[in-house]
Design a binder for this molecule. Structure first.
Ligand SMILES: Cc1cc2nc3c(=O)[nH]c(=O)nc-3n(C[C@H](O)[C@H](O)[C@H](O)COP(=O)(O)OP(=O)(O)OC[C@H]3O[C@@H](n4cnc5c(N)ncnc54)[C@H](O)[C@@H]3O)c2cc1C
Length: 412
């Protein structure tokens, strides 16, 4: 019998499997598909050491009005999508109040601050350093007043958390990076973030490393998970597999499975899209064009444009408009070239209303563990919360990270 079943082979599950294995456990990793083909495949690939503060829901009336009227491209919504997530959105709104958000950020910053350090040994052991660029990321402003306000806020963030940045005038930034066709007003260049040219391949590479170190990777449906005797059992292509412990690392699919065991976990599901462009002169580093709510990241498959959040029903069809608006918006800055012909990708950021991932023991089921809900930064935080989970399994919760525990956070 394995010690651990890890369900879900995205960045979080694969990293969890590696961390538990490194702690000496026999681990079986189960996914219904190949590792790293879902959310961990299609993201913007940034290992966001700069993201000390998780995305709060805006609370000022003007921004909320802008969202409500469908202005701007960073957040879009449908009535059905919002209605379906109303209780989670309401809790998210309340947790976004300044004092509460500051407390959450103190926990969150402890995670993002160590994210590149936690990835580094895995990148090296997987032999995938060629996928990683250590150039930071740019937040690009077109409006001088918005840039000035962002510089002041970046100073606040640096003073609070030690995240390093440069404030660069648009002229200087365009001089430094010849990909830019015209200068923006200014750029906050966060210096500590890394970027990955193929996030799915890095996740797959970590899974290969896990298998090389003796781990078992099986195809199976997590929905078949059941409690049996003192342990857990799941059906796989190689027959039922039993273990003393099971870790739920199913990203946006986690609440659905946990509902079966009586856990009610509201989630704000923020859909995002990407598309690749041949871009003859890609930028030196990824950047967010704030005015158009679009991230441009140089990748192996072309320049990847990724959208912000769409609050839509989980099973609603793809709507290409947010990506298209982003493409049009950014195209005066960078020569995008033709779009790469591929099926439209979309994925869901699994955001919990208190903006923190759930990491630790399920309150009412011995041997059941949770590691999901990494929202906008799951690619960044996979190895970090995996290491914390392994510590919790060993009976220790790292100081200052008690808030990650499901104990007080999941309802019936
Ligand atoms: C557009 C976009 C851009 C983003 N950009 C960034 C970024 O730059 N940096 C960053 O850090 N984060 C980013 N994110 C967020 C990040 O991608 C996610 O937080 C992260 O990938 C979540 O990882 P995960 O392992 O929890 O989930 P997933 O990667 O979704 O993995 C879950 C796994 O569970 C499996 N699964 C589901 N149901 C079952 C079942 N019934 N049986 C078996 N297996 C099952 C799936 O096949 C999948 O492999 C972005 C997200 C989006 C959408």
């Amino acid at each position: 019998m394995a010690d651990f079943l890890v369900l879900g082979a995205g960045m979080v599950g694969v990293s969890s499997a590696l961390a538990l294995q490194a702690a000496g456990h026999a681990v079986t990793l189960v996914d219904r598909g190949a590792p790293g083909r879902e959310t961990s495949f299609g993201n913007a690939g940034i290992i966001q050491a700069e993201a000390a503060e998780p995305y709060a829901l805006p609370r000022d009336p003007l921004t909320l009005m802008r969202f409500a009227l469908g202005r701007g491209n960073d957040v879009t919504w449908t009535a059905g999508g919002v209605a379906g997530m109303l209780p989670a959105l309401w809790r998210y709104f309340r947790n976004s109040a300044p004092a509460r958000h500051a407390a959450i950020s103190r926990t969150y910053a402890r995670l993002t601050a160590r994210s590149t350090r936690d990835h580094a040994p895995l990148i090296a052991a997987a032999g995938l350093g060629n996928l990683i660029t250590r150039e930071g990321m740019g937040i690009l402003f077109r409006d001088p007043a918005a840039y000035a306000a962002a510089v002041a806020d970046a100073q606040r963030v640096r003073d609070a958390y030690g995240t390093r940045f440069r404030a660069v005038t648009g002229q200087d930034y365009a001089r430094e990076d010849p990909a830019f066709l015209r200068p923006p007003a200014g750029v906050i260049h966060w210096l500590d973030s890394w970027s990955c040219a193929a996030p799915g391949d890095l996740t797959q590479g970590y899974a290969t490393l896990f298998a090389r170190r003796g781990g078992r990777l099986l195809t199976g449906d997590a929905a078949s998970l059941r409690q049996e005797g003192a342990g857990w059992r799941v059906d796989t292509a190689e027959g039922p597999v039993a273990a003393e412990h099971a870790v739920i690392a199913l990203g946006p699919w986690s609440p659905r499975l946990l509902a079966k065991f009586g856990y009610r976990i509201p989630m704000v599901c923020k859909r995002g899209y990407h598309g690749h462009f041949t871009a003859p002169r890609p930028p030196l580093r990824p950047f967010l064009d704030v005015s158009h709510g679009i991230v441009a990241a140089p990748m192996a498959g072309g320049l990847r444009l990724s959208t912000g959040a769409a609050l839509v029903a989980r099973d609603s069809p793809a709507d290409p408009r947010q990506l298209e608006r982003g493409r049009v918006g950014v195209s005066d800055l960078i020569e995008l070239g033709p779009r790469v012909d591929e099926p439209q990708w979309s994925g869901t950021r699994p955001c919990l209303p208190d903006m923190l991932p759930l990491v630790g023991a399920a309150p009412r089921h011995p041997g059941l563990w949770m590691n999901f809900g990494h929202g906008h930064q799951g690619f960044t935080l996979g190895p970090t919360t995996a290491a914390i989970l392994a510590q919790m399994v060993a009976g220790q919760t790292p100081e200052g990270l008690e808030a990650l525990s499901p104990a007080q956070r999941v309802g019936r």
